[in-house]
Design a binder for this molecule. Structure first.
Ligand code: ZN
Length: 686
């Protein structure tokens, strides 16, 4: 591993922070923490921390010895000085004299000695940083170090590689006891430049930030050199069906299997869904394609803190043959059910050690291994799924290398349980309460237009992952770049294009729960004069396209078996036609029929179908030019025209968006049309 240290980069940061009154040591502590945090082979998603000991002055002018230590919730790669809160050192040192300390008391003591009462919680490894009497301390879960220690002769290999340069600490769960063991090891080897924590990670020490960082890189490089020495072809390939189904073909079924059924009392959704992230690098494919996958994948995590995001074990499915997936899906569902049962049994085996006080977490696997296809990771949103996928990919790398040397070993099942159910680890995942539509995937057609974008924004605010379908072009690109959602080029009047677009969504998020079929455009002309071509063109977009995307969405929803929600942008024209708007109103009337038809045919499987009748909204359908000509024809101002309704209020794209979201949440409503027109008795449904 190469050092990323740059004298210039370091000097720049020192200078920048000096302006804020921040000293050189803390500035350089921030600098090298970022270097460590930006290298995924060292640190990933909360797995690592750093510290520096120094002096700080409180408001009375008293100078105090403090430990600046990484605060939880900060990403090391982008950390700022407030991410390394100062804790008074003396009270932490005094704790070394006592024999035992509960986690709660430890957290409380650390918090009450913060110089800033509003600072984040100091790292769970704070006491270790405090008790090892070195100025700069770096800690990572470096892949290379895990490879060496996650195997039967790990300790021996580390002694060989590091000699007296590192003291070795046996595996102990982070917290008070680990800090004690680390202190004992460091005290017994005062010449040591660092610590190897078996099956956990590395610590390095230095008098300067630069020294501790370079030592970390050197320790990792020594481990890497040792691994290269053991490298050989690692996994013998298992036999595979001639042609294997693609990730996007199986993703909806997999996503549906992972969803936890839950009680509908209290009005929540019937399923606790997950968002999926698929990965299939050559290393992953070799790993999941190995004939001994069911052995080396079922050992445990490569470093303990992965357990909170990946659970201790992944589920293994069989390779899906291309073509008919029915038999494969049945077997896969059985495998996931067996996983849930085994998880519940694991919980029952270990909860008694805690006097039965723990509450079982949801039993769904977070990582799914599929030979020939790769891995799927799951999370409550795309970010969490990506984080779990990062850790799963790291595990593949570490286990592959460990198996290349000898045999992968993890900590014991009891130790895995202790970490997974450790309140201090679970606190890392706790955050704001989940939003109403978290865990849902929404497709919005006509996504780049005014109503489409407003709808995407409203669903994102409600916590959903959103895909925008629209014709390729600058409007779609701009919506994607503005973060409105996943921009998917799609011509809704073309079967192949629609299928491709849904495949993209399945590959990206795992499936779809809510379809907002919104794309539309107005064609005009008196019926006596209009050509069949114009009429057919309008029917193509304003009716057949709705049917086409809905059919594709329903297919995916049925593969998921977790219900779904279809939402249609109809129009008041469907029930209250205006002169010359036949070419627009007639297909919309058919689409209103479509809303009801889907409601009738799919209610039994939890798929709801509802529509919105909106009117007089500035959009791609009602263009500025049309507003000008219509208000002129009525002899009123444009503003008066737009506000020509019972409420005297202009209806906006955001109002339509809110209506779609409310219908998505209305779990007992199907076959309904909601008007969003400011009040128009002639357009009211009976
Ligand atoms: Zn650690």
């Amino acid at each position: 591993m190469k050092s990323a240290w740059s004298d210039r980069g370091a000097a720049e940061l020192v200078e920048r922070y000096a302006a804020d009154g921040i000293g050189e040591d803390l500035a350089l502590r921030v600098y090298t923490t970022r270097l460590l945090g930006s290298e995924p082979r060292l640190v990933m998603h909360g797995g690592g921390n750093t510290s520096v000991k120094g002096r700080a002055r409180d408001v009375t002018g008293a100078d105090l010895d403090v430990l600046y230590v990484k605060g939880s919730g900060w990403d090391m790669g982008t950390i700022e000085p407030p991410g390394l809160p100062a804790v008074q050192l003396d009270p932490l040192l005094a704790l070394a004299e006592i024999d035992a300390l509960s986690d709660e008391d430890m957290v409380n003591l650390q918090r009450r000695n913060l110089l800033d009462s509003k600072a984040p919680n100091p790292s769970v490894e704070t006491l270790l940083h405090a008790w090892v009497p070195r100025t700069f301390i770096d800690h990572t879960h470096a892949n290379a170090a895990l490879v060496l220690t996650d195997q039967p002769h790990g300790e021996e290999i580390c002694r060989e590689v590091y000699g007296d340069r590192a003291a070795i600490v046996p595996y102990i769960m982070p917290g008070f006891d680990l800090a004690k063991a680390a202190k004992a090891a460091a005290d017994a080897h005062p010449e040591a430049e660092g610590l190897v924590l078996l099956k956990h990670g590395l610590f390095t020490f230095g008098d300067t930030a630069h020294e501790a960082y370079e030592l970390m890189i050197e320790f990792v490089s020594l481990a890497e050199a040792r691994i290269e020495g053991g490298r050989r072809s690692v996994f013998a390939a298992a036999s595979m069906p001639g042609a294997v189904a693609s990730a996007s073909e199986i993703a909806p079924a997999v996503r549906g299997m992972l969803a936890n059924r839950r009680s509908i009392e209290g009005g929540g959704p019937e399923f606790e869904r997950f968002i999926l992230e698929h990965r299939a690098s050559p290393a992953i494919l070799a790993y999941v394609g190995g004939s001994e996958l069911s052995r080396y994948s079922q050992v445990g995590t490569v470093t303990p803190d992965h357990a909170i995001r990946t659970k201790p074990l992944p589920v293994v499915l069989s390779a899906p043959p291309a073509g008919d997936l029915a038999v494969w899906a049945g077997e896969a569902r059985a495998a996931v059910d067996a996983y849930r049962k085994a998880y519940a049994a694991y919980f029952e085996r270990h909860n008694p050690r805690y006097g039965g006080t723990k509450r079982m977490l949801d039993p769904s696997p977070r990582v799914v291994l599929v030979p020939g296809v790769g891995l799927f990771a799951s999370g409550r949103d795309a970010r969490a799924a990506a984080a779990a996928a990062d850790l799963a990919e790291t595990s593949v790398d570490v286990i592959t290398d460990a198996e290349s040397m000898d045999r992968f070993e993890s900590i014991s099942e009891a130790e895995l349980f202790d970490i997974e159910y450790w309140s201090l680890e679970q606190a890392k995942l706790a955050g704001a309460k989940e939003k109403a539509l978290a865990r849902h995937v929404v497709v919005v057609t006509g996504g780049a237009g005014a109503i489409g974008r407003a709808t995407a924004a409203a669903f994102r605010t409600a916590g959903a992952e959103v895909a925008l379908f629209d014709l390729p072009g600058p409007a779609l690109d701009a919506a994607g770049e503005a973060g409105a959602g996943l921009a998917v080029p799609c011509d809704v009047t073309d079967d192949a294009s629609v299928d491709r677009a849904f495949s993209i969504v399945a590959a990206r998020f795992g499936g779809v729960d809510i379809l907002v079929s919104n794309a539309g455009a107005a064609w005009r002309g008196p019926m006596a004069d209009v050509t069949d071509d114009v009429l057919r063109e309008s029917f193509e977009l304003n009716f057949f396209a709705h049917q086409r995307v809905t059919r594709a969405a329903v297919r995916m929803m049925r593969a998921q078996r977790t219900g779904g929600c279809l939402l249609f942008n109809v129009s008041k024209q469907a029930v209250n036609p205006g002169p010359d708007f036949g070419p627009y109103g007639l297909p919309k009337a058919a689409t209103l029929g479509l809303v009801r038809q889907y409601a009738i045919e799919h209610g039994w499987e939890g798929i709801r179908s509802n529509g919105v009748n909106a009117d007089r909204i500035r959009s791609g359908v009602l263009t500025d030019e049309m507003i000008a000509s219509r208000s002129e024809a009525r002899g009123v101002s444009e503003d008066a025209y737009l506000r020509g309704n019972l409420l005297g209020r202009e209806v906006r794209a955001e109002d339509v968006a809110r209506a779609f979201v409310s219908l998505a949440l209305a779990r007992a409503t199907t076959g309904a049309i909601l008007t969003v027109d400011g009040g128009n008795v002639a357009a009211a449904l009976r």
